[in-house]
Design a protein around this ligand. Structure first.
Ligand SMILES: Nc1ncnc2c1ncn2[C@@H]1O[C@H](COP(=O)(O)OP(=O)(O)OP(=O)(O)O)[C@@H](O)[C@H]1O
Length: 250
């Protein structure tokens, strides 16, 4: 399980306070909020990289973490970047063995990026790097995945791949997953719950379909947002989140 209990982080001022949630294995929580609201800070606090000024963090010793930073000037082979996810299992002086490389390759296959295995990481595009770093997080074998805007550089096909990977992991039921996103559709597509960071002192957490309503989305982003449920000919419904840009819903 991963979570926070009455947690807060201060950086001169409170970035967030009194945040509580718990994500069990098999569950996914999406974190949403405008730029600068504290999503990365919260994720880093959950990953143990930023100290809490209040409350407590609940997390296993090893977390599969993908940061927002996807740049690298180091010409490592992609497979070696992914195998670095095994590092904490290997200890200080351990070298990766065949089983670790197998796990790294499996993770690359799982995210649809095995074709990059032999390429230098620094020559991949931003989106290709982002999907490789997801593979590195998976290769840790951790039961907790904490992903900071994992889709920010992905095209529609890779977004679909990412969401499919998250859905498969959820079905398998072994991972507690938390990801931040600026795309409410991604939250609706794969998350069970959502945490909306409204401002430093208030947040909303609950079932994704309940909390991502028009009132909350409009308050969160400070512009009108419609949430539409459209029936489609082939059966089922489409859940659409439609913001108003320049006076027009688009
Ligand atoms: N190391 C730091 N020292 C002081 N303030 C910081 C530091 N890192 C971030 N902040 C501030 O904390 C606030 C939250 O930043 P954070 O990166 O968590 O936001 P975010 O919601 O992830 O934003 P975005 O959607 O733009 O990535 C911002 O006001 C930012 O300027």
């Amino acid at each position: 399980m991963i979570g926070l209990e009455n947690a807060g982080v201060r950086r001169g001022r409170w970035i967030f306070s009194d945040v509580s949630f718990a994500v069990e294995p098999g569950q996914t929580l999406a974190v949403l909020g405008p730029n600068g609201r504290g999503k990365t800070t919260l994720i880093k606090a959950l990953a143990g990289l930023v100290p809490l000024a209040a409350g407590r963090r609940i997390a296993p010793p090893l977390i599969g973490y993908v940061s927002q930073a996807i740049g690298s000037d180091i010409p490592y082979r992609v497979l070696d970047v992914v195998v670095m996810g095994r590092a904490l299992r290997l200890g200080l002086f351990g070298a990766p063995g065949a089983a670790d490389y197998r796990a790294a390759l499996d993770a690359l296959e799982q995210v649809g990026a095995a074709q990059f295995a032999e390429r230098p990481f620094d020559r991949l595009s931003g989106g290709e790097r982002q999907i490789v770093l997801l593979a590195r997080a998976l290769a840790t074998g951790s039961s907790a995945l904490v992903l900071d805007e994992p889709a920010s550089a992905l095209d529609l096909a890779y977004q679909n791949r990412l969401l499919a990977v998250l859905r498969d992991l959820k079905t398998a039921g072994r991972h507690a997953i938390l990801f931040s996103t600026h795309l409410p559709q991604h939250a609706l597509s794969v998350a069970d719950d959502a945490l909306l960071m409204m401002d430093a002192a208030s947040h909303v957490v609950g079932p994704v379909r309940t909390v991502l309503d028009e009132t909350n989305l409009t308050a969160l982003y400070g512009l009108p947002v419609r949430r539409l449920s459209l029936s489609i000919d082939s059966g089922g419904t489409i859940e659409a989140v439609v913001p108003m840009f320049g006076g027009v819903y688009a």
